[in-house]
Design a protein around this ligand. Structure first.
Ligand code: NAI
Length: 330
């Protein structure tokens, strides 16, 4: 029994993600918000024979207030996607402002909601949303998540492909830690539930880190991953629904969170990283309040330690860019 809201619901990700949320029987209300087209998307989805009552809102007539009032789970895929040759950081200028404004709405109208940030660059937009909630005095780090699930989904798929059996892809679990762009994406292949044969896996690691580029290139100017992202976003939303709203225990998913969300786990992870990072995508256990426990890296190889060290350098800059955007009032 969850009221879920999608902000950016008419977009390439927003529409299929809203479809998957409408198909989730635990969602009983689904609010759709975008600057365009939500009445049509909502009317269309509302004919699907599942429990969720669907409503669409536009900015006019206090649409943001109306959609967010009573929301328990807010997913944010609003913002522009990449075109060939662009990095996720190139999106910052536009998406930072969109996330800031939507976060202010969440702070005012749904301060207790779980917020799942998809808009890129996630490494910076999650700090932005967090800073805005802080400014409004409603910040709970246990409830704000950067969605990095697509990296996890890609890792499972590509490892299964490498093992020559795509039917394994639903079973393969590879922790992917760090952040969500380029070298900050660190797949821990040594911890794969389905071990790969010994050898050099740098090509596979590179494919997981830059898998998004394959889609951007293939779409040739028409955007970035939308369908696979919608799948990943719905999987992550469902993990939150099961762990925070259901009775299930032991749901552990990688996600980009503030390490203060679990003080002891976060401090232990910082020691492992050898860095005083505020945010990191770690394996997180989801409980009633959101982040229940932040897990450490576990046993990693020397090569993986090097990948993590590289990720930390970029992450520091990305996080700082997000924080300064809000604090500097840019
Ligand atoms: P899109 O352009 O197809 O859709 C974005 C939607 O956001 C549009 O419908 C637009 O009208 C809406 N929008 C813009 N400003 C808004 C505002 N102020 N309030 C509400 N809605 C607003 O883009 P797409 O492909 O759906 O991508 C969305 C975002 O997701 C991009 O930033 C992209 O980089 C990111 N993304 C994240 C991934 C991840 O793994 N976290 C993976 C793939 C994309």
């Amino acid at each position: 029994m969850v009221k879920a809201v999608v902000l950016g619901a008419s977009g390439g990700i927003g529409q299929p993600l809203s479809l998957l949320l409408k198909a989730n029987p635990s969602v009983t209300q689904l609010g759709l918000y975008d600057i365009v087209n939500t009445p049509g998307v909502a009317a269309d989805l509302s004919h699907i024979s599942t429990p969720a009552k669907v409503q669409g809102f536009l900015p006019a007539d206090n649409g943001l207030e109306k959609v967010l009032t009573g929301a328990e789970l807010v997913v944010i895929p609003a913002g522009i996607p990449r075109k060939p040759g662009m990095t996720r950081d190139d999106l910052f200028k536009i998406n930072a402002g969109i996330c800031r404004d939507l976060a202010a709405g969440v702070a005012k109208y749904a301060p207790k909601a779980f917020v799942l940030v998809i808009s890129n660059p996630v490494n910076s937009t999650v700090p932005i949303v967090s800073e805005i909630l802080k400014q409004h005095g409603v910040y709970d780090p246990k409830r704000i998540f950067g969605v990095t699930t697509l990296d996890v989904v890609r890792a499972s798929t590509f490892v299964a492909e490498k093992l020559g059996d795509l039917s394994l892809s639903k079973e393969v679990v590879v922790p992917v830690v760090g952040g969500h762009s380029g070298v900050t994406i660190v797949p821990l292949l040594s911890q794969s539930s389905h071990p790969l044969p010994d050898g050099d896996h740098s090509e596979l690691i590179n494919r997981i880190q830059f898998g998004g580029d394959e889609v951007v290139k293939a779409k040739d100017g028409a955007g970035s991953a939308t369908l696979s992202m919608a799948y990943a976003g719905a999987e992550f939303a469902n993990a939150i629904i099961r762990g925070a709203f259901g009775e299930e225990k032991g749901i552990i998913v990688p996600t980009f969170v503030n390490l203060a969300a679990d003080a002891s786990g976060g401090e232990a992870l910082k020691k492992e990283l050898g860095a005083d990072l505020d945010f990191f995508s770690a394996r997180v256990e989801i409980g009633k309040g959101g982040v229940e426990k932040i897990h450490g890296l576990g046993k990693v190889t020397e090569a993986e330690k090097e990948l993590v060290a590289k990720a930390v350098i970029d992450l520091k800059t990305n996080i700082d860019t997000g924080v300064q955007f809000v604090k500097g009032g840019k």
